[in-house]
Each structure stands twice: as C-alpha cells, then as structure tokens.
Design a protein. Structure first.
Length: 310
C-alpha cells in the first residue's frame, strides 16, 4: 500500500539521527522478511497547542481565531486545584500513551490510551482534554470588509477513554473508533443571538440496546450486552468504555460518490455508528435562559458522506 510505504520512509528519516554513532548494515528484502514477531513502538506524550488563526479561503474565508488545545485546565470550568499544594492544573494534554504496531498482514494498528491507572481497580484513567476558541468567522473576499461572527467564546472539556486507528491494507480503509465524553461545553452563536450553556455528552448508558437484541443491561436480563462478558473485570472495563462514554466508529477511504453520483476518487466517510446521550443546561436568547434540552439514546448508524471539490 502506497500510504504505508510513505510511513516507512518518514520513519526511516526520523530514525537517522539515532543511528549516527552506530555501524549501519544494509538488509535485503529477504532478511527483512525474517524479522517477525518484534515489539512495536510506544510513544508517551504531553503537549499544549496554541494557534492564533486557522483560515480556509475559497472566494471568501472561514477563520477560527485564538485556538488552544490541551488538558481540561485550559478552560475555567476544567481547572482543578491540588488539595495539598494548592497548585492549579497546568492545562497540559498529558498522560498519553500511543502504541503503534504493524500486523503480519501489513495492517497498521494505533492505540491511544492513558498512562494512569486507578489505584484500586487498576483500570486506565481517561485522558482529560480541553479546547477553547475565541471566535469563528465568515470573511468577505480580499477586497471586502464584511464579516459575520458565527460562534464565539467556545470552551469545552471532557475525557478521552480510548482511541483506536487501523489502516487495513486489504480495503485501504482507515477505521477510527473513539470513546469520549464532554463534561461541559459553552459557546455563543453570535449571528443568531443564542447562547449554549452547560452542554454535556456522555454514553447512552445501561438503558440502551447496543447489540440490537431487544435487551439492555438495565433490564436485569442481559448479562452480555454488546458482546462483553460483564461477569469479568475485562468485560466490565470494555463495556464501561461503551456505556459511560459517547462512542463513534467510522471508516475513511477513497471511493465513489453516493447514489446516482458520477463522482469518482472522492473522500468517503462512512459513519458506522454513533451512540450517546446529550443535554444542554440552558439555551439563552438575549442573555436570558429559555429552558434546557436533553436527548436520550441517540444512535446514528448507516450514514455515508462523499466529499469532493466543485
């Protein structure tokens, strides 16, 4: 697969400095083929990213200003204070472990998980994340002065329970499976005069039928919901990622357009499933709350997108 060959080339270039003081010996294809069963690569990461402006330009432009991505502490609601030292969280996106493996069939498998474990259960502690953005704007062309602020004062934080990526060499598909939640999200929709406060996204919970057999864990009659053996610690952990966190599973690849479309070589995104609950604590119009909204057992399935230029 051409993509994996490019990955191999980039990896080789990145590794060059570490080999500067070592004796290098060429390996032919046959010798490399005998190197099997070796461990993959593990990367531990902590970071905080700030972007002054992201701009997409066609005739006019769409701009996102003052972006910050890090831990939950980049938002005011996500800050925590150490009870012993009194120090406020540093806002880093940290405690991240990335494991990269290439399977025997050539598939690339990437797992993003947590370095932290619960002292009592030994289960991984979800990775806290946070994001803020000052504004999102539509801008007129280079000779114009008109602009419209779509969204401003965006702040959200939550947890990432799992992120798994797989590049399948048989289908040339990138599969992505992610389990996450949003503990709090606030933003203003300026051009409508609407404010969204305390948006929360979680898993669909025990009252949702994940495997489509008509039973739920909450009914007390389903002991193996979603294919997980709930009598075992491993099964409970796997099901916890499913029920406590919003789950998204999708495939990304190059394909044809949808239906009667004649488009070819388009970017295809197939949303296999999205399972979640969502609530909004307050919807404000003119600075005054008009009420709250909740959606239970949201399931998006069999959804396909074809994206290409025109």
């Amino acid at each position: 697969m051409k993509g994996l060959k490019k990955i191999a080339l980039v990896t080789a270039i990145a590794a060059a400095p570490f080999a500067a003081n070592a004796e290098l010996k060429a390996m032919n294809d046959s010798a490399m083929g005998n190197v099997t069963g070796q461990a993959g690569v593990t990367i531990e990461l902590e970071t905080k990213v700030s972007i002054g402006q992201f701009k997409y330009t066609d005739e006019g432009s769409f701009a996102v200003n003052d972006i910050v991505l890090g831990g939950a502490g980049v938002t005011a609601d996500g800050e925590t204070t150490d009870a012993t030292t009194g120090e406020v969280t540093n806002g880093l996106l940290d405690q991240i472990q990335i494991k990269i493996d290439v399977a025997d069939d050539g598939d690339a498998i990437i797992h993003v998980g947590s370095l932290q474990t619960d002292a009592t259960t030994g289960a991984p502690v979800p990775i806290d994340w946070g994001m803020t953005a000052g504004s999102m704007e539509l801008l007129a062309g280079s000779n114009g002065t008109d602009s419209t602020t779509l969204i401003s004062n965006l702040a959200m934080h939550g947890d990432l329970a799992a992120l798994d990526l797989k590049v399948d060499t048989a289908t040339d598909h990138l599969n992505m499976a992610v389990a996450f939640d949003i503990d709090d999200m606030d933003f203003d929709v300026d051009f409508l005069g609407v404010g969204i406060r305390d948006m929360v996204v979680t898993g669909a919970g025990d009252n949702f039928d994940y495997d489509g057999d008509g039973l739920t864990v909450g009914s007390g009659t389903e002991a193996n919901e979603g294919g997980y053996d709930l009598a075992t610690p491993a099964g409970q952990l796997a099901y916890g990622k499913l029920s406590k966190y919003a789950n998204v599973n999708l495939d990304v690849y190059k394909g044809a357009g949808l239906g009667d479309s004649t488009a070819t070589d388009v970017l295809r995104i197939d949303v296999n499933n999205v399972y979640m609950d969502m609530s909004i604590g307050a919807i404000e119009i003119g600075g005054t709350s008009i009420g709250s909204v909740a959606m239970d057992n949201v399931a998006v399935t069999n959804t396909k997108l074809a994206i290409y230029g025109h």
